[in-house]
Design a protein around this ligand. Structure first.
Ligand code: HEM
Length: 511
């Protein structure tokens, strides 16, 4: 009997090969769908069916720049835990912040989209290696180190002041975003490569390093990790459009600048003469072995600083000025507080010193915090991998190997945490007792071991820039009635210009 069945089957297959093939594909597909949606350990979690079958949904929302909005919509529909990929769960409740990010779990498969040949502090997925690296030059980011960079940084504020004085003289309308960006990019160039990118000299937006696009392409590759290797290959082998060629050229500019300066600095390393981050990275040695970083590793770290620190800080400031422009009352209160609590800048002083600045201000800090809450710029999901034994997150048991993440924007817009007015820029919420205890839930830099190492530098620049500009200039925001358009292209980007006319509030800067 079995022999007859076998003969019949063979006969059927050879007579109807196409039908047989289609039937086979159909059966495999049905089995896959049933497994993923009914039998899989994550099948009990809600989410769009497409997400339980493939990573294509994540790929789509990343490629089309709408990750944060999509996460907000998914949580509104499915609740606090949503299955966003076959092995991915996305969380949105306060308990998950600790439950995911304070456990020391390794960064998830998403980070395969970032450089894994020579990973820097950001993309390193091995927690032991990461810990060693961080100990080697983590002192680059302490408040003391930030103060030691101040002479380098202030030179860049001096150029910004001269540019704004020029606009005050001419009465021309200009986009404040560009001038903030030129300054922040050149500061990071000076600190990470020992040389500015020349953005302040050129005043040409085309010359701004395309870090956002670079980040976006990594996020797209990482959103479908099984394809990350293939995408890397395609990037190198497909014919390039003019846009891709321009993007790669932008990347090459960064590489060339890094290479030249790393070589130069390695030969003549004098931290007393120039206490920048690059020098400290080159000088750093591993505890125990005393090993130094190779040139490729130094380069990876220097590039990480520029990619991690320019667009993020610049955009935070763009968004802050755009929010203040649309809320004149808050803008006036900031100016009043700065006038009352800070001395006027001396004629030759380009900006306020960071020491003591924070303690003197209250409302300005509330505005900065509210800007970080409403418009955080780090808006890709940040998955971690649940360890072998599985784990409980926010009281729910999650199987080993699951990719678990949160999205800072979606979390900052969770109405059950922030109330129905979560979309409103309202710094006064920080003076309302009902919000006591919510401060720790504003997490623009993430939390835990893999949170932002550059936050002291970023905070210093945000505060220095805001106080200096509001003390030295009166702003007329020309397009303040236009709605703000914010797009998440890797990280968040204010697409609406911040068009301003400025008047000097004091003497011309004479530095
Ligand atoms: C307002 C400005 C900034 C924001 C909002 C921001 C946000 C973040 C976030 C959310 C992370 C965690 C990402 C993840 O888990 O995948 C991160 C990590 C990181 N950031 Fe920032 N960042 C800012 C400025 C900077 C600056 C100025 C630098 C350096 C100069 C920097 C360097 C880094 C690095 C190296 C990491 C990886 C840290 C690690 O894994 O140990 N960031 N940042």
């Amino acid at each position: 009997m079995p022999a007859t069945v076998l003969q019949d089957t063979t006969l059927f297959l050879s007579t109807y090969p196409l039908t047989s093939l289609l039937t086979f594909i159909f059966l495999v597909s049905i089995s896959y769908i049933i497994y993923q949606t009914v039998l899989h350990p994550l099948a009990r979690f809600p989410g769009p069916i497409i997400c339980s079958l493939s990573d294509s949904y994540k790929l789509w929302i990343t490629a089309t720049d709408c990750v944060p909005e999509a996460m907000v919509a998914l949580h509104a529909k499915y609740g606090d835990i949503v299955r966003i990929g076959p092995s991915d769960l996305h969380f949105n409740q306060p308990e998950a912040v600790e439950g995911i990010y304070k456990r020391g779990w390794p960064k998830g498969d998403f980070y395969l989209g970032f450089d894994q040949k020579n990973p820097g502090l950001f993309s390193e997925r091995n927690e032991v290696v990461h810990g060693k690296r961080k100990r080697m030059f983590g002192n680059n980011f302490t408040p003391t180190a930030i103060r030691s960079y101040e002479s380098i940084v202030d030179g860049r504020y001096a150029i910004l002041r001269k540019q704004l004085d020029r606009f005050a003289e001419s009465g021309e309308v200009f986009d404040l975003r560009k001038y903030i960006t030129y300054c922040i990019v050149d500061i990071l160039g000076e600190l990470a490569f020992s040389e500015a990118f020349g953005n302040q000299d050129d005043e040409d937006p085309k010359k701004i390093p395309r870090v956002s696009e670079a980040l976006w392409s990594c996020c797209v590759a990482g959103s479908m990790p099984s394809m990350a290797g293939a995408m890397e290959w395609l990037k190198d082998h497909l014919p390039q459009s003019a846009e891709v060629a321009e993007l790669l050229e932008g990347r090459n500019v960064i590489f060339r600048l890094a290479l030249t300066n790393i070589e130069k600095r390695s030969k003549k390393l004098n931290l007393d003469e120039r206490p920048d981050m690059l020098g400290r990275i080159i000088a750093a040695s591993e505890e125990g072995t005393g090993a130094k970083l190779t040139q490729a590793q130094v380069m990876a770290e220097a590039i990480t600083l520029v990619v991690g620190g320019t667009h993020t800080t610049g955009n935070t400031l763009h968004l802050l000025f755009a929010n203040l422009a649309r809320n004149e009352e808050y803008l006036k209160r900031c100016v009043k507080e700065i006038d009352e609590r800070l001395p006027a800048l001396e004629v030759g002083k380009p900006c306020y010193e960071i020491t003591g600045l924070e303690e003197k201000l209250d409302f300005v800090k509330a505005c900065i915090k509210e800007n970080f809450r409403k418009d955080p710029v780090g808006t890709f999901n940040m998955p971690r991998t649940v360890p072998e034994q599985g784990a409980s997150i926010a009281g729910v048991q999650i199987p080993a190997g699951t990719q678990v993440s949160m999205n800072i924007h979606a979390f900052h817009h969770n109405p059950s945490v922030w109330g129905p007015d979560h979309d409103v820029f309202d710094p006064d919420r920080w003076y309302d007792q009902r919000n006591d205890g919510l401060s720790n839930l504003v997490i623009p830099y993430s939390v835990g071991k893999r949170s932002c190492v550059g936050q002291n530098l970023a905070n210093a620049n945000v505060l220095k820039m805001t106080t200096t500009l509001l003390r030295c200039y009166e702003f007329e925001f020309v397009n303040k009635d236009e709605p703000m358009v914010v797009v998440s292209h890797g990280d968040s980007d204010l697409r609406t210009p911040v068009l301003v006319k400025v008047k000097r509030r004091g003497p011309v800067f004479a530095g």
